[in-house]
Design a protein around this ligand. Sequence first.
Ligand SMILES: [Zn+2]
Length: 328
Amino acid sequence: MSAHLLGDDPGSMTTTELPAYAPVPESSTAPAVNEHGYYVGRVEKNLYWVTDGGYQAAFLTTPDGVVLFDAPPSIGHNLQRAIDEIAVANDVPNTVTHLVYSHHHADHIGASSLFGADVVRIGHAETKRLLLRADDPARPAPDVTFDTKYTLQVGGETINLAWLGSNHTPDNIYIHLPDHKTLILIDVVIPGWASFAAFNVNSDVPGSIAAPDRALDFPWKHFIGGHLGRLGTREDLALHQQYLADIVANVRIALATVDPMPFYAKYGNNTWAAVKGYLDTASAQAAAPVVEKYAGVLGAADVFITSTVFAILESMRLDLGEGLFLHP
Ligand SMILES: [Zn+2]
């Protein structure tokens, strides 16, 4: 980038001028990665998880080959390195024969093509439709699709796939490994952390708020959420539910108490400016007590909170009809 695009003095921004945030709880941080940039660990029996500290994938070794769950491009070729490491240690096959897609997003399956044309790709019917639309060679469309339920059996192992309504995306599925006491549900709950921007950029906010309830209906002990430091527990999902309940309660108070009239009085015919002033003020009011309660409890409780509160506030207005003004 040329200097003039950065302004007159491109060196003027220093780290001391960047915003400071509450420390991340020690329990939320990722395990150290190796010299290749990944960490691989056992979840339960022959189920493993692999992370680069930002993204998570998982794989199951079987006598007939490896079942891989997602292929984030940020982990990329380290997926096979992690599988090779475990396969050598346990004297089991290292060939990925099946690749299960959690949902269509490129940041979770954009390394799919690394596993070649012979891998059996399994995903929701909507995942196939969205991938055909994207026409991205890095993400071949699934060969095997399902609408509500599918049981994948490989090498004597059972993997139950379920679609229980839209949440983060229209196609996001619940991947349950009953014999490994594990549930994989990506981009809904990030154990130990507050949500990513705009409530995980969820396309369906009410569906995403309800998804942890669906997740807890399954019997499991280990949870794989797809991002950041660690595996999750049932307590992590309960904490996330409380966090969302607190946001909803504070948004409801803000919608009932913030007066929009001063914003319209100030901005006159600039309606968007008035609406922005009102929504920003309501979001900030709702966010403040949530930040105070969760700083030091969830990582980054104070980082994306305003956009997450705004996403939930707008959904409460538009999806639920709360806080709208009825002309007298
Ligand atoms: Zn996603």
